[in-house]
Design a protein around this ligand. Structure first.
Ligand SMILES: NC(=O)c1ccc[n+]([C@@H]2O[C@H](COP(=O)([O-])OP(=O)(O)OC[C@H]3O[C@@H](n4cnc5c(N)ncnc54)[C@H](OP(=O)(O)O)[C@@H]3O)[C@@H](O)[C@H]2O)c1
Length: 284
């Protein structure tokens, strides 16, 4: 599959948070699904760029507490706050924002890979569980955030979606997961017009060796796993001013950021990196 720009598997120099313009010191973040896997890598990337406080949200209380303790030892200068809440529980999410306040950076990472197989054989309740967490849960968190009257100006909301949303994903039996990730992406592409002050970004985190991926039954990626530091570094970059031109678009965390920046004018002029129908004009 031809890529938009060069793909990486490991972190590279241009992602360094110590480069000029890369510090996120003074910014706060809330990351859902931060107890393990992709969310943990994103939390580490933001902490390395100076974000503090960082709210870590997971479903399992013991696991999110243990992750907070681990991060506390790793980043003694950073404040971490753990929240155990189910993102599909609107009251629990309202309480999280009440206690943490409105972050500068919200990362909607919590997600599930439902048990799948051929669509025709699916128990549709199980099939739909991916939509409940990935779509409804993400909508609950995002709406609650947007309702906060005094949320920071120029807030950034990043949606962790998946290449499964828009590629011809070569694994049959993933209709629920890929459909839920496409829905997540489209919702962001639409609500960005209602909140021009907010930077919404859809980001595929790369293919990472996580509990979630292991459970989902997909084959190991032919090119091997991405390094979580690559994902963390890319997400931190997404929250910098350099990446502001990507507002509303769909990106992959393993893409080379220098090549992306070099294509900025083309991306904006041709309105690229949106979900559309191949070969058809983009509408209005
Ligand atoms: N791994 C990959 O290669 C890959 C590729 C593309 C996209 N993604 C996306 O990346 C995200 C994270 O995936 P992962 O591989 O890291 O999965 P994971 O290892 O299963 O971790 C999932 C995280 O989400 C949390 N979570 C799940 N349901 C929740 C709920 N209802 N409320 C609150 N928290 C909930 C889990 O909390 P607990 O620990 O408390 O259960 C955990 O922290 C997902 O959105 C997934 O679609 C992953």
């Amino acid at each position: 599959m031809a890529s938009f720009v060069t793909n990486h598997k490991a972190p590279y120099d241009a992602l360094s948070p110590s480069l000029p313009g890369r510090s996120l010191a003074g910014k706060s973040a809330l990351i859902t699904g931060a107890s393990r896997g992709v969310g943990e890598h994103i939390a580490r990337g933001l902490a390395e760029a100076g974000v503090s406080p960082i709210g870590l949200l997971g479903k399992d209380k013991a696991r999110i507490e243990s992750t907070r303790e681990k991060f506390g030892r790793e980043f003694p200068q950073t404040t971490f706050v753990a929240f155990a809440a189910d993102i599909t529980d609107a009251e629990a999410i309202a309480a999280v924002f009440f206690n943490f306040g409105a972050p500068d950076i919200l990362v909607n990472n919590a997600g599930v890979f439902p048990d799948e197989g051929p669509f025709v054989e699916q128990d549709l309740k199980e099939w739909f569980s991916g939509f409940e967490t990935n779509v409804l849960g993400t909508a609950i968190v995002t709406q609650r955030f947007l309702k906060i009257g005094d949320r920071p100006k120029d807030a950034i909301v990043i949606n962790v979606v998946s290449m499964a949303a828009h590629t011809r994903f070569p694994v049959p039996g993933w209709s629920g997961y890929s459909g839920s990730k496409m829905a997540q992406a489209r919702i962001f592409e639409n609500i960005r017009f209602e909140h021009p002050d907010v930077r919404f970004i859809n980001a595929h985190p790369g293919l990472l060796d996580t509990d979630g991926f292991e459970r989902c039954g997909a084959p190991m990626p032919p090119g091997g796993w991405a390094d979580g530091k690559l994902t963390g570094g890319f997400f931190a970059w997404l929250a910098t001013e350099e990446a502001a031109f990507l507002s509303g678009r769909f990106v992959w965390a393993d893409w080379d950021i220098e090549e992306l920046k070099a294509r900025k004018d083309e991306i904006l002029e041709k309105d690229l990196l949106l979900t559309t129908v191949d070969g058809f004009n983009k509408g209005f």
